[in-house]
Unconditional design. Structure first.
Length: 238
């Protein structure tokens, strides 16, 4: 298969295209255990799981599928020592993160913006102001002391370890590729490195995660890195 980039607008069937590709692979004799399908929201992961279950039955259970955060969490659970974590670590959700900032005496109305900048700092190299850099260190220390990581740290800690599981798969498929940030893209490239079968589906005008660090040029980077021209789906099927 090699690298493939599919670009489509809203309603043009991006997720359907990805599911059809998985079905085609399995119909062609590919072992479902060797397929990894990545999404960027729980809703999309559930939609793909439901559709595959409907068409593939029990074989769908063998496919590694889910959000990129779920994939990274599983990777860190399997390589907890290499990640510098302790067994049984927890994941801090949005509410827990807000509570931590509250304990650090950050007013409620400022917490969302601060957490956003923390994410951009980790994922984009955004430079924090001195007072927020100090607060970031205190926030990280608080989580570490309680054996917790947040969602951004799932990505940054898993990225250097991605090559440890890359040989489990022969095919990597990614939905909503436009929402990938730079660290996630590097992680995905590592997963695809042994085989080069990287199938990405995205919309160049629809990223919903640019405020969290999504790379607006990731589609262009894919074309450059893999020397491919995108397949354009321009018909709205809704």
């Amino acid at each position: 298969m090699g690298p493939v980039l599919v670009v489509a607008g809203p309603g043009a069937g991006k997720t359907f295209c990805l599911i059809a590709r998985i079905q085609h692979l399995i119909a062609g004799g590919i072992d479902p255990h060797r397929i990894c399908a990545v999404t960027f929201t729980n809703r999309a992961a559930e939609e793909i799981a439901t559709r595959l279950k409907h068409t593939l039955g029990e074989r769908a259970e063998a496919i590694t599928r889910g959000t990129i955060h779920a994939l990274c969490l599983a990777l860190l659970r399997d390589h907890v020592d290499a990640a510098g974590l302790k067994k049984g670590f927890g994941v801090a959700d949005d509410l827990y993160q807000s509570v931590v900032l509250g304990r650090l005496r950050v007013p409620a109305e400022r917490r969302g913006g601060i957490l956003n900048r923390f994410g951009r700092h980790r994922l984009q190299g955004y430079k924090l102001q001195p007072d927020e850099a100090r607060l970031f260190r205190e926030y990280c220390a608080w989580l570490a002391h309680r054996n917790m990581v947040d969602f951004d740290e799932l990505i940054t800690k898993a990225a250097p370890l991605a090559d440890r599981i890359a040989d489990r798969f022969d095919y990597l498929l990614v939905d909503e590729f436009q929402d990938v940030n730079a660290v996630q893209y590097d992680l995905l490239k590592q997963l695809a490195a042994p085989h080069g079968n990287f199938f990405a589906v995205g919309d160049d005008e629809q990223s919903i995660f640019t405020w969290t660090g999504a790379d607006p040029y990731v589609l262009v980077r894919f074309q450059r890195d893999y020397e491919v021209e995108p397949i354009i789906l321009d018909k709205n099927c809704r």
